[in-house]
Unconditional design. Structure first.
Ligand SMILES: Cc1ncc(COP(=O)(O)O)c(C=O)c1O
Length: 383
């Protein structure tokens, strides 16, 4: 049986051309650490790490490669920022579509005296930027939002939201897990304080590499969560204040960065507009087909311009877990069922605690596979 991957919101597959080769090249032929050796191989690795920071600047229209910090993934980036920045008495705002990567650290910070307000989104997962103002208080320090939902693909109006944050002197942090490498994000036009990213989803790179881009002003307000060796200022007993070293203690995931370097080059050579167009076409094809199938409910908006290629459906005749099992077992279609680490989003969409079956397409998804998925869904919906 043919196996069809439709779980790109969890992690993209296949990866961009060149990723595996770049990682293998580092491990087999280069192998030096970065900033910790005065020999050719260390410099060779260091130059790819620096170039990867430059590629991220190019992708996100950012100005300074040294303000690009590498972490393991976006969850680590968000934890570092939230726990390093917020102090007792601070107030933070999030939307009701956030992933547990935002919700859980903030829930634990509430026990340390941080105030949290969750701004409701509508039942298609959209946040009305105008609704933010009524939640702003004198101690509101931060707004964190996911650019697009990992449950139903709803895209938030981040430029409008950023403007409001700027007007009220609130730092603005973006979770780009579902949009980096798919939608064009302009760091400064969006008035961001930090843009967090993960390398293994739309960026088409390997797992275990992520990071954040950050302004100097915001970085100055954050204490590093992890301190230790940076390869720089070794004479000092204290963590360096300079970026990116302040937040990059310990040896980096260098094979991961080599892989990300290759995937970023691939994405930049394709062009984001082409990637977005392909994903929009795939989502439209799928949504048009779903429209005619009985016994299923599509969660979220049908408006392609306002969503990504992440589509959740709720089977009415059969348990969603069973439907996902049949999709995999009988049709070879890989999806993700349940709450997708986003119980808050499912509550907003009216699909909690049942959850949904999520289909998420990527640049490499084939049109014929969308038709096959539609046929398979139709058969299951008739059971
Ligand atoms: C919106 C959103 N935020 C955060 C994450 C966490 O990503 P990672 O596991 O790469 O840290 C995900 C991935 O599941 C996501 O979809």
């Amino acid at each position: 049986m043919k196996r069809i991957y439709m779980d790109n919101a969890a992690t993209s597959f296949p990866k961009a051309k060149g990723v595996a080769e770049a990682m293998t090249n580092y491990i087999e032929n280069i192998g030096g650490n970065v900033g910790r050796g005065s020999y050719y191989n260390s410099y060779a690795a260091g130059s790819i790490v620096y170039e990867t920071r430059e590629l991220l600047c190019k992708l996100f229209h950012f100005d300074d490669p040294l303000k690009v910090v590498f972490t393991m993934n976006i969850t680590q980036s968000l934890n570092m920022i939230l726990k390093g920045f917020l102090k007792e008495g601070d107030h933070v705002l999030i939307s009701s579509m956030e992933h547990n990567a935002v919700l859980r650290p903030l829930t634990s910070l509430k026990q340390k005296g941080i105030e949290l307000d969750i701004i409701p989104c509508d039942n298609e997962g959209f946040l009305d930027p105008n609704s933010i103002k009524q939640y702003i208080k004198s101690n509101t320090k931060l707004l964190v939002i996911t650019h697009a939902s990992n449950v139903c693909g709803s895209i938030q109006e981040i430029k409008e939201i950023g403007k409001i944050c700027k007007e009220h002197d609130i730092d603005f942090v973006l979770d780009s897990a579902q949009t980096a490498g798919i939608l064009d994000i302009d760091f400064y036009d969006t008035y961001l304080s930090a843009l967090t990213f993960t390398g293994h989803k739309g960026l088409l790179g390997p797992q275990g590499i992520g990071g954040f881009l950050i302004t100097n002003e915001f970085s100055n307000k954050i204490s590093p969560l992890i301190e230790g060796g940076t390869g720089s200022l070794s004479e000092s007993y204290s963590q360096p204040e300079i970026l990116p070293d302040k937040f990059e203690s310990g040896t980096l995931n260098i094979p991961g960065i080599f892989g990300l370097n290759a995937s970023l080059k691939y994405i930049l050579s394709l062009g984001l507009e082409n990637i977005r167009k392909k994903e929009k076409d795939l989502a439209k094809l799928f949504l048009d087909g779903l429209h005619n199938i009985e016994n299923i409910k599509v969660v979220g908006s049908y408006d392609i311009s306002k969503r990504t290629a992440v589509v959740s459906i709720d089977f009415q005749n059969i348990d969603n877990s069973e439907a996902a099992f049949i999709l995999d077992n009988e049709y070879g279609i890989m999806t993700r069922v349940g709450l997708h680490c986003a119980p808050l989003a499912h509550k907003t969409l009216g699909t909690f605690p049942k959850g949904t079956v999520r289909f998420s397409f990527g640049y490499f998804t084939l049109e014929e596979d969308i038709f096959y998925a539609l046929e398979s869904i139709e058969k299951i919906a008739k059971l």
